[in-house]
Design a protein around this ligand. Structure first.
Ligand code: PLP
Length: 379
């Protein structure tokens, strides 16, 4: 099964079969950093608008995360600021396809190569997208992907790394031996989740179930994407370095078959959102990128997000709240992750205003109608 899964994935990864499975994308990142021999006194550059677990993986290895503010237009790292963030201690640069918007990868690679730095792509949103015709994840030294339940295709929770720089392969293979198997209890929890997702989640139950799921996972009652301690501290949880189980592989194999159709729907809907926002003189994602982006979500900025969300919930519109903090989903005490709010004004402003419009909806007219009615909220 695992070989078949690998072959299936490689169809989206320019044929590479240098794929290493882990129980989460963050674990794949940790493995990649380790294979690069990153540790104490090293610095790793990443966007100041990311998941807290990305910063954690760096800190678990005693290295230091160095954040770079994002660009308003791309939601990804501001290239001009990247160069200033590089020091003698920098070892690697992480670029990210936020919301499935491809990163400005060529510039990042050329700056990094000049300084002899490794590049890593955070492809957790970008599987299935391309940049200049090349599959996301295939141009850096390494990339990591997430198959958590609302990423491009899902195994409930799960992740994998791909290695493009062959020098890293021996260390990655060596790390395979250290992976821990998932407990039977966790595997059972995952199977329940597959069942719930299949039979219970729809627009009507979305907000309610999301709240229950987040609460249960915060309390570590179900295997959520983040253990409580990952959002509140920089301590590595027990059993962090876990492998993907058979049930997850089976689920992934099933779900990846729906991806091509899903990608088409996402792009089609994204175009409708762009046209709508443009017509109304609002901020939109430029269509000059459309060939590349996979549009896992469509970012939109609103004022008074709290009221906007309350209204959405009442109207049963399933908006997403990814990156309503610059270190999603941590909400405060950013200094624990060596993040100084004052240094990243664009990331802070964006995270105060962003909502994610669903791109995989089959009922887009309902959403457009809602946006039209609440147009005064939109920036
Ligand atoms: C989801 C996500 C991750 C982590 O993926 P997991 O599989 O949950 O570990 C990393 N980076 C970004 C930007 C993400 O959205």
């Amino acid at each position: 099964m695992i070989e078949k899964y690998k072959i299936k994935l490689s169809e989206y990864l320019a044929g590479t079969e240098n794929i290493f499975f882990h129980n989460k994308g963050r674990v794949s990142l940790y493995a990649i950093l380790k294979s690069m021999n990153i540790g104490q006194n090293d610095e790793v550059i990443l966007p100041a608008y990311t998941c807290v677990v990305v910063a954690n993986a760096i800190i678990y290895l005693k290295a230091k995360p160095i954040y770079v503010d994002i660009s308003e237009e791309t939601y990804n790292m501001n290239i001009e600021l990247l160069e200033k963030a590089i020091s003698d201690k920098t070892k690697a640069v992480i670029c990210q396809n936020t919301y499935g918007l491809s990163s400005n990868i060529e510039e990042i690679i050329s700056i990094s190569k000049n300084k002899n730095l490794y590049t890593i792509e955070d492809c957790t949103h970008g599987f299935g997208g391309t940049y200049n015709g090349k599959a996301n994840g295939t141009y850096c030294d390494a990339a990591f992907y997430s198959t958590q339940w609302n990423k491009p295709f899902s195994t409930g929770i799960g992740g994998f790394a791909i290695i493009n720089n062959e020098n890293l392969l021996p260390a990655m293979s060596e790390l395979e031996k250290e992976k821990i198997s998932l407990s039977k209890k966790t595997q059972f929890g995952l199977k329940l989740q597959y069942f719930a997702k299949k039979y219970f989640i729809n627009d009507t139950t979305y907000w309610f179930l999301l709240k229950i799921y987040r609460w249960l996972s915060k309390k570590n009652i179900v295997t959520g994407s983040s253990a409580g301690e990952e959002i509140s501290s920089t301590r590595m949880p027990e059993n962090f370095f876990s492998d993907l189980s058979k049930a997850q592989i089976k689920e992934g194999f099933k779900n990846i078959n729906k991806l091509p159709e899903n990608l088409l729907l996402r792009k089609k809907n994204a175009k409708i959102y762009t046209d709508f926002l443009k017509e109304n003189n609002k901020k939109y994602v430029s269509e000059k990128y459309f060939d590349n982006h996979s549009f896992l979500k469509y970012p939109m900025l609103v004022n008074d997000r709290k009221s906007f969300f309350i209204l959405a919930e009442k109207n049963k519109i399933p908006f997403g709240d990814w990156f309503i903090s610059p270190l999603h989903p941590a909400e405060d005490n950013f200094e624990k992750w060596l993040f100084d709010e004052a240094e990243f004004p664009i990331a802070m402003e964006t995270s105060k205003k962003v909502v994610n419009i669903p791109t995989d909806t089959k009922n887009i007219s309902k959403i457009i109608k809602y946006l039209q009615k609440n147009i005064n909220f939109i920036e």
